[in-house]
Ligand binder design. Structure first.
Ligand SMILES: Cc1cc2nc3c(=O)[nH]c(=O)nc-3n(C[C@H](O)[C@H](O)[C@H](O)COP(=O)(O)O)c2cc1C
Length: 206
């Protein structure tokens, strides 16, 4: 089982990679993960690495059954990448009450590659990025993914954390997450991961 942990912002500098790594670290150290008989691999997928242009395919992705039918090589490669994963954790900041355009663009390129796969959302921002989370969840449903009911909302503890995040300076999340986020928010990571595992298990059952 392979879970893609999607890094949902692309600006430079940014804090999203630090938060995504913190999510992976927290999951791997959780009781839920340790007790799994078959441990899924968690792999970072940084949409910035893909450098996708603004959507430029001629077809509607839901009507493309074979990845070779996409017009462009960047889409074929992106399709092959996303086909590899059984489930996803989307990590995204709130931008102006929504989620980053680069993430929407990366999602819109494909359809069948996302379809029927369990997905969880981790959002962050001044107040946890609830609007980002809700909007992203609706889009994941539109892609016919299976989103978890639980979500992770990470609120920046104060203005200094927001400033640090915005300039991409180290947030020291692995050593002291409590200096940036509240303990109950961090606890949501395990609850949400646990639900994601249940959804993945349900899919493999006959
Ligand atoms: C274009 C833009 C819009 C933003 N809008 C919001 C917002 O609506 N709510 C919020 O809490 N923070 C907002 N922020 C602050 C971000 O939460 C913060 O800058 C964070 O570091 C962004 O994640 P990133 O570093 O991975 O890009 C915004 C930041 C940017 C760059």
């Amino acid at each position: 089982m392979l879970i893609g942990v999607v890094i949902g912002s692309t600006r430079k500098p940014r804090c999203c990679p630090q938060i995504a790594e913190f999510i992976v670290h927290t999951i791997k150290n959780s009781l839920t993960y340790k007790q799994l008989e078959e441990k899924p691999e968690l792999r970072l997928v940084d949409i910035d690495d893909w450098n996708l242009p603004l959507y430029n395919e001629s077809k509607i992705p839901s009507q493309v059954q074979n990845y070779q039918d996409y017009d462009h090589e960047h889409t074929r490669q992106w399709s092959l990448e996303i086909q590899k994963y059984n489930a996803f954790i989307f990590v995204a900041p709130q931008y102006n009450w929504g989620y980053p355009a680069a993430l929407k663009n990366a999602l819109d390129y494909l359809f069948n590659e996302w379809r029927a796969k369990p997905a969880a959302v981790v959002s962050y921002g001044g107040h946890g990025g609830i609007k980002c989370s809700e909007q992203l969840r609706v889009v994941l449903q539109g892609l016919r993914m299976i989103p978890t009911e639980n979500k992770v909302l990470l609120s920046f503890a104060d203005r200094s954390v927001l400033t640090k995040a915005t300039i991409g300076s180290p947030m020291n999340l692995l050593e002291s997450p409590e200096s940036s986020f509240a303990a109950e928010e961090v606890a949501q990571i395990e609850t949400t991961f646990s639900e994601l595992c249940q959804l993945m298990k349900k899919k493999t059952e006959p």
